[in-house]
Every structure is written in C-alpha cells, then in structure tokens.
Design a binder for this molecule. Sequence first.
Ligand code: AHR
Length: 502
Amino acid sequence: MKKASIILDRDYRIGAVDRRLYGSFIEHLGRAVYGGVYEPGHPQADELGFRKDVLAMVRRLGVPIVRYPGGNFVSGFNWEDSVGPRDARPRRLDLAWSTTESNQVGLHEFCEWARRAGAEVMYAVNLGTRGPEQARDVVEYANHPGGSKFSDMRAANGRKDPFNIKLWCLGNEMDGPWQMGRKTAFEYGRTANEAAKLMKWVDPTIEVVACGSSSSEMPTFGGWELTMLDECYENVDYVSLHRYYDNAAGDTASFLARTMDMDGFIHTVASICDAVKGKKHSKKTVNLSFDEWNVWYHSKGQDEEILRRAKWGEALPLLEDVYNFEDALLVGSMLLTLLRHADRVKVACLAQLVNVIAPIMTRPGGGCWAQTIYWPFLHASKYGRGTSLRAVVDTPVYDCADYEAVPLIDAAATFSDDGTVTVFCVNRDMAEGFELSLDLRSFGDIRLQEHIMLHHGDVKAANTEAHPDTVAPMAGPGGTVDGGRATVHIPALSWNVLRFEK
Ligand code: AHR
C-alpha cells in the first residue's frame, strides 16, 4: 500500500466558500426543460407541470443557483417571446441547436420552478443577435417594482412583485464561431460595458458576468480576456470560464489529470483580471464565474444522427451523455479544483442539470435516476461549505501522455462553523490503495465521523434507470484518530469524503 500525508491547519485559509460554487445550468436545449424539469401529464407532475421527482433530486443536490436560459440558445433568444399568455407565445427556430422552441416554459415559469427547487436564477441576456437595449428591458421586466412599461407588463402577466434576479450573464461564449452574433473581443467588451451600465442603472443591486473566452483551448483565449476587460472592467463583477473534458482517446491516466489544465486556466484568468486592474489603477477586483464545467463527449456521435433525422424537432434527446465511474472521479477532482480556488471563483455551474450532460436523467412518462457524477457533486455541495482550507499534500506523483508529475492523491478541505472538518480526496492510482496520514492537531480533539466513498472495479460502469445504484456511495474503510493525527485507508481509484467532528 502506498503512503501519502496531508497537513491541515484551521488558519491555513484560502477563503470562504461562496454557496454559489455549487450552481448548475439549465438551457433550452434537448430534454433539459421539456421532458426534463417540465412534463405536464407525467404522474409526478405538479399543478404547473413540473416533475416533483426531479425537483426532489435537484433539492437533494442543494443547488443554490441555476443559470438560464442558455448557453448558445440565448444568443438568438427574444425574452419577450417567453412571457405573457402561453397560447400567444411564438414557436421559434433555435439556430443554436437546430430545433424548435415552443416558449411554453419562460421567465415566469422558470423562476417559479427555481423557487420550488430552492435555487436562485442566474439569468443570461442575449448579446448575440440583440444588445444593451433588450438587456436593459429584461432587467426592468424582472426587477423594477412597477410604474414603467416592462414592470407593468410583468404585473399584467400575473406577477406583481419583482423577481429580483441578482446575477446576470452578459451573453454567452461570444468568441465562438458557433455563436449567433459572434464578436471580436473589442466589439464584445464595448457591448458588454454598455449593457452592464444600462442594466445597473435600472437596478444597481445586480451583479453581472462578462464572457471570458469559451474555453482555454480557443485561439482567442487570453487576448480575449485582456481586450474585453480593458473595455468593461469597472462595470462587470465576474468573468466567465467554460471547460468540458473528454476521454475520447481512451487514456484514463491523462483524463483523470485534466484538472492540471483547469487549475492553470483559473490561475491565468485571475492573473489577467488582476493585470487589467493594475493597468487601470482600479480598487475593484473582478472575480471568476466558472459557469460551465463538466465532462462532455459520450453523446457527440449520436447527436449528429438525431439531428440528421429530426432537424427542427422539439425536445430531442440531445447531449445525453451517459456518465461512467471515471467521469465521476474527474468531476470530483474538478470540484476539488474549484474549492482550492474559492478565493477567486465565487460562482460555478455544473453544466448542466437534467438530461443534457447532466447528473439527473429522466424517462418520459417514467422514472428519474442519478448518474455517477451526481454523487461527488452532492457530497461537495452538502459538506464542502464554510471555509476552504489549504491542504498541504505530500503524495507520490505519476507521468502520463499529457502531463508530468500528477499527484496521485488529489485533495481539498473545508472547515465549517460547527467545527466540522471535511477532507475530500480522489485517489488517481488505478492499481493501489493508500494509507493516508492526516495531521489535524490544530482542530483539537476530533474524531472521524464518517468515511463516504465512491468506488467501482470498472471505470466504465454507469447507472441506468433499471440499475440506478451500480455506482453509488458506500461506506469507506475509515481509519483511526489519535491526538489529532488520523490514518485512513483510501482504496485504488476512488472518491472519498472524510468527515471529522469534535
Ligand atoms: O452546455 C452546452 C453548451 O456548451 C452551451 O450551450 C454552450 O455555452 C457551450 O458551448
């Protein structure tokens, strides 16, 4: 058995964990909305057509905020289409996904769904085919108390009180050639600045997220952030980061190490924000919103086939990745990476939430079940609150095709107000377990309350409706604690949650 050690101290603080770190995302795409959260006529549907079984699974995840309505979809979306009497709402071609949008779920319905799910809405405005004017209007519609054209329209549509949406995205992935209304960094920076100004003039309490480059792999990455922030720095609060990983190459060792890339990505974007701050002699710090992250690749081939047969269809089963055990391990490591950057990453959204590259799957008229990635997300969301602590990890490393010196033990830790210390760790070693020593002396007399583990002998094992618990949490082997020093056994290839209490 290999050995590794972790030193934790209550004073080694990275920062407070913003509860919005455990956000998610629902786009008008595939079966996320229609046939996902909304399925009137389903035996579990409530009076508004929302599936209660799905709501229960979302609530269990503790998702505090949900980004909506896109994604690529938002860059061609007219928010006015989604409000008012349903039978008068237009059916529109969605050019982002080659489908048809019925607008039967819109701003009012989604805000109500989010309320029932216990989440806030993070609303994205269209800065692709539209601009600052419509962005201003939708803030007025959603947040102005009354006595103006759009706030009165909201009241006439059945909602007197404002929705009070606090966090807004200034468009989506605006450097992507696939985006409707793609812009250069300068064009986007100017547009985002003017949109943010107008939106905040309507409601000064809101915060806004400027689009960073749509991925760290984009040729625009870096220069995009620098140029666009130069235009809008003082009027924006966050810069977005998006990243999806895949194991199309079938190289698990490299796949599990992808957070080396994610870590560098976060570090680079934070540095660029600070460079612009320095250039502008600004007192303000722009933080990060990692508002799309996940594994995404399993469904890509099948999506081409679905669209070849059913282009412009409604609620097509697009982006329905079936996640396996190794995906859950990487999602776990991605959560640890976010926690380790809790000082700068204030918002993060697992993309997405239901059916579309999602932890929760549904069958029309049938059940819903948890994919493998549901579990590390649930554990981090449930236990990874409070203060993120810097874990000093001494671990053997490995080299693989894409990276050198990858830590075999990947760890992060949090300390909550009630005195609980939670250590999360992924063992990337495919063959061997670890004896992990933890120095927890600064926390006083502490005991190991629980060791939760996710482990499966087959990295490709997945959950299905018929077999929803193939990959599910179980009790780990645990260990001993003596005088603030713990020794715990961590099996090969596993996700672990170690909960220490007074
Ligand atoms: O989440 C799926 C898509 O991925 C989103 O619409 C887009 O923003 C990203 O490219």
